[in-house]
Design a protein around this ligand. Structure first.
Ligand code: SF4
Length: 250
């Protein structure tokens, strides 16, 4: 595809993305053409939506557009205590430069307390570690909102191949939130192009070859160049659990 064609495609995508975000964050635009945002009167007021941000490119792109609509939208960051120093430095830089309403979600136990009690869970039981440091704090925080915006994309992993742009998500305890993934159909190329167009600086770890970036002990360079998340958890698992719905009754 030529550069001009890519530019035109991303421009169109950005127009649609801005419209989706406006509906979700401010209610502007009413009911979407696909009718997926049901109960339009019950979502879309300022204060209803939050955005989860790992400070990877997709999330930073969404953040940049979301704060144009609501500078105070809560930007939720899962502060596991295990992130790269570069991620923390970049988070702090973007929070400062964009004046973000950054909400650092902390687990109940510090890294030192968890390791003293359970050992190195990211080695012995990474699902448990993710549950304690990511899933529990995130679900507790998201329950305070009606709309949950994420930067998930189908192309990121096979486990995300059927990702819907809009779906109700059941939290433990039964509360439902409207989970939106407005970048679901975007390619990596689209995201990078849009970030360049909008002059968004990216997490410096990309320049070192990382294609998916989470906690430092569970992130390596991709093992398979065709699978961007193949460097996560050494191939032992592909999801931390925050995008998996609670089973009924939980
Ligand atoms: S990604 Fe690794 S270090 Fe981070 S919470 Fe999950 S298991 Fe623990």
């Amino acid at each position: 595809m030529s550069t001009l064609a890519i530019a035109a495609e991303v421009k169109t995508r950005l127009v649609a993305l801005r419209a989706t975000l406006a509906r979700a964050i401010t209610g502007e635009g009413g009911v979407p053409a696909d009718g997926r945002l049901e109960e339009p009167g019950s979502v879309g007021c300022k204060g209803d939506a939050c955005l989860t941000c790992s400070f990877q490119a997709e999330d930073v792109l969404l953040t940049r557009l979301a704060i144009e609509l609501d500078p105070q939208i809560p930007i939720l960051f899962l502060d596991t205590g295990y992130h790269f120093a570069e991620t923390y430095a970049y988070r702090d830089r973007m929070a400062r430069e964009w004046n973000l309403n950054l909400v650092n979600l902390l687990p109940e136990k510090t890294v030192a307390e968890q390791e003293a009690e359970f050992g190195i869970l990211y080695q012995s039981a990474p699902d448990r570690c993710c549950a304690l440091r990511k899933v529990e704090p995130l679900f507790k925080a998201v329950a305070q909102y009606r709309v949950w915006l994420t930067g998930l994309r189908r192309e990121q992993a096979r486990s995300r191949g059927a990702l819907e742009e809009s779906a109700m998500f059941s939290l433990p305890g039964g509360k439902q939130v409207l989970k939106l993934a407005p970048l679901a159909a975007w390619t990596t190329r689209d995201v990078w192009y849009a970030c360049e167009e909008l002059q968004i600086p990216l997490l410096p770890l990309y320049a070192r070859g990382y294609s998916s970036i989470g906690c430092e002990p569970c992130t390596s360079l991709p093992l398979d160049p065709n699978d961007p998340r193949s460097g996560r958890w050494g191939g032992r698992k592909v999801e931390c659990g925050i995008h998996i719905q609670a089973a009924p009754g939980q």
